[in-house]
Ligand binder design. Structure first.
Ligand SMILES: Cc1cc2nc3c(=O)[nH]c(=O)nc-3n(C[C@H](O)[C@H](O)[C@H](O)COP(=O)(O)O)c2cc1C
Length: 315
């Protein structure tokens, strides 16, 4: 491990390019591939702190990881320091980092004061981080957006508050909550967080190539870059960034993802989850992307799913 690499608390990462948590997408297979291709860190899909406290089985299942995911972060969403502390104390072994979600824009999350709603309350944001940091000796990180309402920049204040509360790193997605996923990422605004804190800053949003990665690092002066949608069906981006050599076909990757999902879910759910993934792989196939998308979206069982894989992704 290079000594000049990115460290989160006492945990050294093998690459400055990290795989973003994405509910419904960053499942075991996707994360396995991200890691195999050289992502420095993978993170669970977001998990309800309250759900963990009530031992909800589906919530607990989201914390499963593959054998190559070390280090691995669990992402919690919460509006309560008490539930956060209890949930962190209940986390299984094998989780190296606790990440707190302060970016989710979904109305059903925000209406409970969770996710990006915390951008409106830096004091509570700090209390949640302090509760997480006090409940175990794992580093605590925060993933946030620029602010809640468009133009109402809050990431510097929130980053400072969570740093004081003990956060070991912050990730900033360069959009406001009200933008959801529209518009372009504001790299200059991410850069404004650079001088607000001393802990590592990880920049996020719209990175789809090595060139985008280089631009993001240069313009934000971030210590790391988190990549989400740009890595789906394109896990190679992590190898291209880190210089790792990985020789696998798209077909092998799709089949591996199916195998991982099969261990966790019944056929109907596996087929539905794979629709997203196959669509992502298809986006790189000029001329047939729409055809693949249409066909995979009609698939209702393994036979139909594998037929799409056989027809478009060669051996
Ligand atoms: C379908 C979907 C699900 C997401 N789920 C999460 C999540 O569970 N936790 C989180 O912090 N961010 C989540 N995000 C946000 C991403 O982690 C990331 O911040 C955002 O997509 C911008 O980065 P990108 O342009 O590289 O995808 C999600 C994004 C998408 C598109």
């Amino acid at each position: 491990m290079k000594s000049d690499g990115l460290k989160i608390g006492n945990i050294a990462l093998s690459s400055r390019a990290l795989f973003a948590p994405m509910a419904g997408y960053s499942d075991l297979g996707a994360r396995y591939l991200a890691r195999l291709y050289g992502a420095g860190l993978t993170t669970s899909e977001m998990v309800s702190a309250k759900g963990l406290c009530y031992h909800n089985r589906e919530t607990e299942a989201l914390l499963a990881k593959t054998e190559i995911e070390t280090p691995f972060a669990a992402q919690l969403f919460s509006a309560s320091p008490e539930y956060t502390a209890k949930a962190v104390a209940l986390l299984p072994a094998g989780i190296d980092i606790v990440d707190i979600n302060m970016g989710c824009p979904a109305p059903k999350i925000v209406k409970n004061g969770e996710g990006s709603a915390l951008l409106k309350d830096p004091v509570l944001a700090g209390e949640i981080v302090a509760a997480a940091a006090g409940a175990s000796n794992r580093p605590v990180t925060v993933k946030m957006r620029l602010g809640y309402e468009i133009g109402d920049f809050a990431a510097d204040k929130v980053a400072r508050a969570v740093e004081q509360a003990g956060a070991a790193a912050v990730t900033v997605h360069g959009r406001y909550r009200d933008q959801m996923y529209a518009g372009v990422v504001d790299r200059a605004a991410i850069h404004r967080v650079r001088d607000a804190v001393k802990i590592p800053l990880i920049a996020n949003g719209d990175v789809r190539s090595v060139r985008d990665y280089d631009i993001m690092r240069k313009e934000t002066e971030a210590d790391g870059v988190m990549i989400g949608r740009g890595a789906l069906g394109n896990y190679r981006i992590f190898a291209d960034i880190s210089g790792k050599k990985v020789d696998r076909t798209e077909r092998e990757n799709i089949l591996l993802q199916i195998d991982f999902l099969k261990k966790q879910y019944p056929e109907r759910i596996v087929v539905n989850l794979m629709k997203h993934h196959v669509t992502a792989y298809a986006s790189g196939k000029a001329g047939v992307a729409k055809e693949i998308r249409d066909r995979v979206h009609r698939a209702t069982n393994y036979t139909e799913l594998f037929a799409v894989v056989d027809d478009y992704f060669s051996r």
